[in-house]
Design a protein around this ligand. Structure first.
Ligand code: GLU
Length: 491
């Protein structure tokens, strides 16, 4: 038996973080078992559709390397993957259920159903359909159908039994049938509900494992009843617990913070996103934290998915991203950065491209460990790409560093200039520069800060910037000298 998993989103927004986790677990499980992972679009609720959602989802999934084996509108489509294109199939199977007395027509008006719900709520009863139409005679049904009465079709829940199923994450689930609502399978607009279309498709598409988030656990007994009613074997279920925000609140559905796109736009690396998301609720049973996609595939085990909720914490994502920024190959990262900038900050990208790759890479190498993600890069590095500016006196004077008047600044810059002009040839590494400065400062009987602070201000003219050493090292001799001379002229 080939393992087949699927992600079956309703295209109503951007891809959520928790959906990404669902996709990832489906993907890892399928790949681990040499199976297939499919994307199916559940678009039968026509009121909630968002036109760009599917395309956006495919783009986001591709950017984190989660490419399904089957997806809608690919050149080798096996069947329609949009449920809206499969309506006749659902109707056929629905008729089968009606014929076999496993589903029935319901002619109750929405006013009646609202009243019923209100009454049940006021009595603190669970809200459920009262089965009024379940017992209509054949003649009554025919008469209503002949008179074009509006109808829905409901699932017939067997009486006095226990519906049970195994869940790979939560173990056995048992629900008395009396607690299960007689779910609408066909709506009055002729569209199937999620429940019918989902079960029919999972069966027809040979899905072996349904891995989805916990919110669907209460629906699964209804699905199990449907599988039984069709005499089909049910797939194996695995319901993944909720994700909470770091303040332990449920992630709200439509804030930008929960859209995967946000993190791609910020320039998090795909490996960091995947690595972090994989560990949100799954225990790899080792103290090891960093895994490549292949390692995740190798280790993934649904039995080690936690039974309780997990917390999405952006600081942890930052931690993983920093790790990959520090440890991945420089050329690889640099290419990623350039691709990112070409997409999200074209002006800065064009500016950088007027400088040599060698210069750019040097900057990137020195500063990549300071950024949390690529979107911070410009802020940390624009000093290397723009014309120098004269820093304000307030910035250069610094009480704490004992730079109390401008003559100290002047002296500091003169020392630096002399050093850069005379000793530059001796510098090979960043450490050589550091040692030479420290020695020179000592000889001049000044404090380190008294020299290094003004140097940093002159080279980068902002309160927050990279350190003096990185600035000197990257700007190298000529540019550093130019910037210092320009300021000295002004003092
Ligand atoms: N269309 C459902 C959703 O968007 C799919 C649930 C399932 O995987 O069965 O959540």
């Amino acid at each position: 038996m080939t393992v087949i998993t699927r992600f079956a989103p309703s295209p109503t927004w951007y891809l959520h973080i928790w959906s990404l986790r669902t996709v990832l677990y489906n993907y890892l499980f399928a790949k681990k078992n040499n199976g297939k992972f499919m994307l199916r679009i559940e678009d039968t609720d026509r009121t909630r559709l968002v036109e760009w959602s599917v395309e956006n989802m495919l783009k986001v999934l591709a950017s984190v390397w989660l490419i399904p084996d089957e997806w809608p509108n690919n050149p080798w489509d096996k069947w329609p993957y949009y449920q809206s294109e499969r309506l006749s199939i659902y109707r056929k199977y629905l008729d089968q259920l009606i014929e076999n007395d496993k589903a029935y027509y319901c002619f109750c008006s929405s006013e009646r159903l609202t009243e019923l719900r209100e009454e049940q709520t006021s009595l603190w009863l669970p809200t459920k359909y009262d089965k009024k139409c379940r017992y209509l005679s054949k003649e009554e049904i025919k008469e209503k159908l002949d008179s074009w009465a509006s109808y829905t079709v409901r699932l017939k829940v067997p009486d006095n039994t226990i519906i049970e199923f195994e869940d790979m994450v939560k173990w056995k689930i048992k629900v008395p049938s009396k607690d299960i609502d007689e779910q609408i399978l066909l709506k009055s607009d002729g569209f199937p509900t999620y429940h019918l279309a989902n079960v029919v498709d999972d069966h027809l598409m040979w899905v072996t494992h349904v891995i989805r988030w916990d919110e669907w656990t209460p629906s699964t007994p209804k699905h199990v009843i449907m599988y039984n009613s069709f005499w089909w074997e049910a797939p194996i279920f695995a319901h993944i617990p909720l994700l909470l925000w770091s303040d332990k609140k449920k992630l709200s559905k439509r804030t930008w913070d929960v859209a995967v796109e946000k993190y791609i736009e910020k320039g998090y690396l795909s490996e960091a996103i995947i690595n972090y998301i994989a560990l949100l609720g799954w225990n790899p049973k080792t103290t090891e934290e960093f895994f490549t996609m292949n390692e995740l595939i190798e280790r993934f085990d649904l039995n080690h998915v936690h039974k309780s909720w997990a917390v999405f914490d952006v600081e942890r994502l930052d931690f993983f991203n920093s790790h990959y920024l520090k440890t991945s190959d420089l050329d690889y990262l640099y290419n990623k950065l350039m691709t990112y900038l070409s997409r999200y900050d074209v002006d800065f990208y064009n500016l950088i491209n007027t400088f040599s790759d060698e210069y750019n890479k040097k900057i990137f190498f020195e500063l990549k460990s300071r950024i949390k993600h690529f979107s911070e890069y410009k802020w940390y590095t624009n000093f290397f790409y723009s014309d120098s500016k004269i820093p304000s006196n307030e910035l250069m004077l610094n009480e704490k560093m004992k730079i109390t008047d401008i003559t100290i600044v002047k002296k500091a810059l003169e020392i630096t200039l002399r050093l850069l002009k005379s000793k530059w040839e001796d510098f090979d590494t960043i450490l050589d520069i550091k040692n030479a400065f420290i020695k020179e400062i000592k000889d001049a009987e000044m404090k380190n800060g008294q020299v290094l602070w003004p140097v940093r201000c002159v080279l980068s003219w902002e309160q927050f910037s990279p350190g003096w050493l990185e600035m000197v090292y990257i700007l190298w001799n000529q540019k550093s000298i130019e910037r210092i001379e320009k300021v000295l002229k002004n003092i």
